[in-house]
Design a protein around this ligand. Structure first.
Ligand SMILES: Nc1ncnc2c1ncn2[C@@H]1O[C@H](COP(=O)(O)OP(=O)(O)OP(=O)(O)O)[C@@H](O)[C@H]1O
Ligand SMILES: [Mg+2]
Length: 253
């Protein structure tokens, strides 16, 4: 049976999308069948795997709000084994529209029931908020990956995220667990980065992945070419480290 993993942190710009796209592509590279779900109205994961948002008719919005069959929304990507459920700007309205919708927290979970078992991994790229879109992701997921940026305010907001996860566990998804915390954008030249690593390890202990993602220019360039790093520059440090992370995730189950 496949595993569904939500990549989440309500803090903006910590590496959620970079991790979702590249972890998905690396899992696919390892021979796993992967479905990447973009549930962020910014649609960065969608364009990050080479899907043109302007030419996308249906997106995750139609699934969540209009009960469109998710199978009609899935698109194949140029990465073998990797498909995507795209997001477009129309999703921006969903957060408000969901409020008055029946079973508003379980819409994604129900939509995935038909397709989940066709994939080894379903990876969900969450928006930078703890609203209903993220709640849908946490309710549909088996596990959570939390990217934490190696910078001064790294731990800020994490207690709010953890209490949201606990609330979801209590009321919506008892089985939800944290697969791991991934440290991102490490600048190894600074002491600050090392301090943050120690602090995060003290807090999350063995939940911190051994693969720590360094700042890598190739990782920041790849999205503008619509390619995950494993395609854009497979020999780069960014590709190596996301492949290592993918192996850790596979080892976890
Ligand atoms: N390891 C890295 N090295 C260099 N640049 C990176 C790295 N990880 C992410 N970036 C860049 O940092 C920016 C933010 O990353 P990303 O979009 O993945 O964060 P996010 O958490 O998804 O943001 P948002 O909260 O807006 O969805 C992007 O421009 C991305 O290209
Ligand atoms: Mg993002």
């Amino acid at each position: 049976m496949g595993r569904t993993i939500a990549v989440t942190n309500q803090k903006g710009g910590v590496g959620k999308t970079t991790t979702s796209v590249n972890l998905s592509a690396c899992l696919a590279y390892l021979g796993k069948k992967v479905l990447l779900i973009d549930i962020d109205p910014q649609g960065n994961a969608t364009s990050g795997v080479g899907i043109n948002k302007g030419e996308t008719q249906h997106c995750i919005y139609d699934v969540l709000i209009d009960d469109e069959d998710i199978r009609n929304v899935i698109k194949v990507t140029k990465v073998e084994n990797l498909s995507v459920v795209p997001a477009t700007i129309s999703l921006a309205g969903a957060e408000v529209e969901l409020v008055s919708t029946i079973s508003r927290e379980v819409r994604l979970k129900h939509a995935l029931e038909d397709v989940k078992d066709h994939y080894d991994y379903v990876i969900i790229d969450c928006p930078p908020s703890l609203g209903l879109l993220t709640i849908n992701a946490l309710t549909a997921a088996d596990a959570v990956i939390i990217p934490v940026q190696c910078e001064f305010y790294a731990l800020e907001g994490l207690s709010q995220l953890l209490s949201t996860i606990r609330l979801v566990q209590k009321h919506l998804n008892q089985e939800l667990y944290i697969d791991g915390v991934v440290l991102t954008m490490l600048d190894a030249r600074t002491n600050l980065g090392i301090q943050v690593i120690e602090e995060v390890k003290k807090y999350f202990q063995e939940k911190v992945y051994k693969s720590i993602i360094p700042r890598n220019v190739r990782l920041s360039e790849a999205p503008s070419h619509g390619e995950p790093i494993i395609i854009y520059d497979p020999k780069s440090r960014g590709a190596e480290i996301y492949l290592e992370l993918a192996r850790e995730v596979v080892k976890n189950g």
